[in-house]
Design a protein around this ligand. Structure first.
Ligand SMILES: [Zn+2]
Length: 143
């Protein structure tokens, strides 16, 4: 289960709509709890540095490195990645799977249609690493 504050989800939705028709992306910073729980404490929005930004995303590697450096030794870590799909597909793509090389990261996706964010869903790489499985998304009100 991925636990995300309503305010952070709103910020991601706003970013997805602002980036339309291009994909937007961000890193999710948080901590792991009991069981399958992943708590998101904050989101760190990134430029999309992919060449074909309407169909792909790539988090700014400099941002990721700086963030890892900042978090090192502390209780928080990069626990997930978020991006948007302008006008679908409504699932993670083969391109997404090809770039999913960190099995511990949660994948949060926001679908945008016609410039309006419709739906967000979370996934984890499956045990075989050849596909994604749904991860429950729980929105924390008041956060
Ligand atoms: Zn994608």
């Amino acid at each position: 289960m991925l636990l995300l504050g309503a305010r952070d989800l709103k910020a991601l939705i706003d970013a997805a709509e602002a980036a339309y028709p291009e994909e937007a992306c961000a890193l999710l910073v948080g901590r792991r709890g009991p069981g399958d729980r992943i708590f998101v404490d904050r989101i760190v929005q990134s430029r999309n540095v992919a060449e074909d930004r309407r169909r792909r995303f790539e988090v700014d590697p400099g941002l990721r490195i700086g963030l890892e450096r900042e978090l090192r030794g502390g209780p928080l870590a990069v626990v997930g990645v978020w991006h948007s799909h302008p006008d679908g597909p409504a699932r993670l793509s083969a391109t997404d799977l090809a770039s999913a090389y960190e099995p511990e990261l949660a994948w949060l996706l926001t679908m945008v249609a016609g410039g309006q964010a419709l739906h967000s869903a979370a996934y984890l790489l499956n045990d075989r690493g050849d596909g994604f499985r749904p991860l429950d998304l729980f929105i924390l009100q008041g956060n």
